[in-house]
Write a protein that binds this ligand. Structure first.
Ligand SMILES: [Zn+2]
Length: 664
């Protein structure tokens, strides 16, 4: 018995030791630290090093009360990238990470503040600066009250979440002159910023469901990026910017609204419940209509939505883009970058001069991001008649860097990753240097696809890449009146004078054009054996992916995806010199008794069957005979591989896009 007890004790001891050894505990574990009015640090053992007016944190701190209470004016508190942790989430207590009350000229920098009732509180103070800090996972990030001249820059105010819905990023009241610049807001439950008056809000990135709520007048909101995901129909829960006062100026911002449930109306990007505000040179973008973006702006208040002619109004991604006329009354012939008809929001709110292209550097395509290339020829207007499809022969990051390099002299309008992310690098109206033929450069939009070097491998194009590219091409065709056919949507190799294989033999044009046109087209998967290609064609109303062919057993395996409960069909065309069946067996999700119809001609077998979806289903088509492996192949294969490798290396040196002197 004794031995058992001592063994248990020993294990407990060991466990305890291990735990304390593996946990990273901040050195300082205190109740509250004060920087007193006389400059002293209390308690003196706190990990803060004083050097005149500079106080530098030397370690992370765990606080059971307030974090650091600043009672001294004219000082700098440098967190030196350390974090003070509170106990809000675990044991509660209405404590402040940094409490600045009744002082002036205090700067707080490089500070992590986490898990307090208020990350930072500023009350009755003036000339307070917060910079390069990270205020996160508090109930409310920053609470500002009765103070003036506050500047918050370069700070991430993220993932703060209150017990009740309400202000959680920055909450302010009774303020005079507040500047918030170059900050990041995201993951806050409630608004990024609320009740703030008399402010300058610029160059911030805001991705909370409720963005900035500005109660006062004479504020400037400029150069911010707002991203709002609309979950519900009611505007109550999704607003990017709310202006309650008057004489505010809102310009140079980008508002992206995404509606997660397309059957619902979205909330507003800008909500005005005051008059005489001026909103111009902003971009309103997203997958919802421009009416939805601004629908809730109150018609009772008259506001200005443009900066007059020719300076212009805002860009509305879903508005008309006809620009045949010019002049203050848009009644003279000729394009001027202003859309010919105004955007009427309601009876007291009209953008008289909507812009034809976005203001400032942002993607013109709603789901794209913007990375500017210096390699282009600027034009105000051009006739776009072709889409040129390319492959990068590499990774998208390298391609972006290459296109940003002024020495490369190459670029493309759009780049699409394997995951379907879209990056725009040259404006659609400007000429990108991609086609290797000046006439075609002048008339085309170039799209590069990320192949990660595998353009010469069968089936390399992921479904997401096809889908994203087809949606972009469809959008461009409709915008510029380009016919959706192979005369106008061409491969780089189809540009006269171009000898490159780009986009390569495994870009499935038939399938791609079907996606562009919204018509059903077979996707061709290629089985490659002994350097011979055997195309297997799959026509289905579901999305076919993960095509696998095995020789032993002689099976084709394909996954089909569509919403659960929907009915799918598949018409499979198999070359008989690849795979024959006598009989065939079709197995769906392991069930091998699937009925099917079979037709043969002299070269191919056509198999047809249906299924009901429960998310993704797997289909195995088993034959009884497969093209035999050549015995010599095994002997020759090492030699063959070396030869192939050499050929590929030589080939790649001449291909996309690194060797493309495309500008000429
Ligand atoms: Zn190309």
């Amino acid at each position: 018995m004794k031995r058992i007890v001592s063994a248990i004790l020993f294990v407990m001891l060991l466990t305890g030791m291990l735990c304390s050894a593996s946990r990273i505990m901040p050195v300082g574990a205190v109740e509250t630290i004060y920087i007193r009015a006389d400059g002293s640090v209390d308690p003196p053992s706190a990990p803060i090093q004083r050097n005149g007016d500079n106080y530098v944190l030397t370690d992370d701190i765990n606080c059971s009360g307030d974090g650091i209470v600043i009672q001294r004016s004219n000082m700098i508190l440098d967190g030196a990238n350390h974090t003070i942790h509170g106990q809000w989430g675990s044991i509660g207590g209405y404590h402040y990470g940094t409490n600045i009350t009744g002082v002036s000229n205090v700067a707080v920098t490089r500070f992590g503040i986490r898990n307090f009732y208020r990350g930072m509180g500023v009350d009755g103070s003036s000339n307070i600066t917060v910079a390069d800090s990270y205020i996160y996972e508090n109930n409310v990030g920053v609470d500002l009250h009765l103070s003036s001249n506050i500047s918050i820059t370069g700070t991430c105010i993220c993932r703060n979440s209150p017990m009740n819905y309400g202000a959680t990023g920055i909450d302010g009241s009774s303020l005079d002159n507040i500047i918030i610049r170059n900050c990041t807001f995201g993951g806050n439950v409630g608004s990024s910023l609320s009740n703030v008056t008399c402010c300058t809000l610029s160059e911030n990135s805001i991705a909370d469901r409720l963005g900035f709520g500005v109660g006062g007048s004479n504020c400037t909101v400029s150069g911010n990026k707002f991203t709002t995901y609309y979950y519900v129909a009611s505007s109550m829960f999704s607003k990017a910017l709310v202006l309650g006062g008057s004489f505010n100026e809102v310009y140079g911002n980008t508002f992206r609204g995404f509606l997660l449930y397309p059957y619902l109306q979205g909330g507003p990007s800008v909500f005005l419940s005051g008059s005489s505000n001026k909103v111009y040179h902003n971009n309103f973008m997203g997958n919802i209509t421009y009416y939805a973006l601004i629908d809730w702006t109150n018609p009772a208040y008259a506001n200005s939505w443009d900066d007059g002619y020719p300076s212009g109004g805002n860009y509305w991604s879903n508005a008309s883009s006809v620009d045949d006329m010019s002049g203050q009354g848009q009644d003279e012939f000729g394009s001027d970058g202003i859309i010919d008809v105004p955007c009427v929001i309601n009876e007291n709110n009209t953008d008289h001069y909507p812009l034809t292209v976005p203001w400032g550097p942002v993607s013109e395509y709603h789901s794209g991001t913007w990375e500017e290339s210096p390699n282009f020829t600027p034009l105000g207007w051009r006739n776009i008649t072709y889409i040129v499809v390319h492959v990068m022969d590499g990774h998208i990051d390298s391609a972006i860097n290459w296109f940003k390099d002024p020495m490369s002299n190459v670029s493309a309008h759009y780049l699409i990753s394997q995951e379907g992310e879209i990056v725009q690098m040259v404006r659609e109206k400007d000429i990108a240097w991609h086609a290797g033929n000046w006439t075609y450069n002048q008339q085309s939009i170039g799209i590069e696809h990320e192949d990660q070097g595998s353009w010469n491998t069968p089936n390399w194009v992921p479904e997401k890449l096809y889908q994203a590219s087809a949606a972009l091409v469809r959008n461009l065709c409709e915008k510029y009146g380009i016919p959706k056919d192979r005369m106008h949507i061409i491969g780089h190799n189809e540009v006269p004078g171009v000898v490159k294989p780009c986009p390569g033999p495994y870009w499935d044009w038939g399938y791609f054009m079907g996606l562009v046109n919204g018509t059903l087209a077979p996707r061709t998967f290629v089985v490659q054996l002994d350097s011979t290609d055997y195309p297997v064609s799959v026509l289905s109303n579901s999305t076919a992916s993960d095509f696998i062919f095995t020789q032993v057993p002689p099976v084709i395996s394909i996954n089909f995806t569509a919403p659960s409960g929907t009915h799918g069909f598949c018409n499979l065309t198999v070359p008989q010199n690849l795979l024959k069946g006598n009989p065939w067996t079709i197995e769906i999700n392991g069930n091998s008794s699937t009925p099917f119809t079979q037709t043969d001609n002299t070269t191919h077998t056509f198999l047809s069957f249906t299924f009901t979806h429960s998310s993704t289903i797997n289909v195995k088509v088993e034959g009884t005979w497969v093209i035999p492996e050549f015995s010599s192949f095994l002997i020759l294969s090492p030699l063959f591989m070396i030869a192939t490798l050499l050929a590929v290396i030589i080939y790649k040196r001449e291909t996309e896009p690194w060797a493309t002197a495309a500008a000429a």
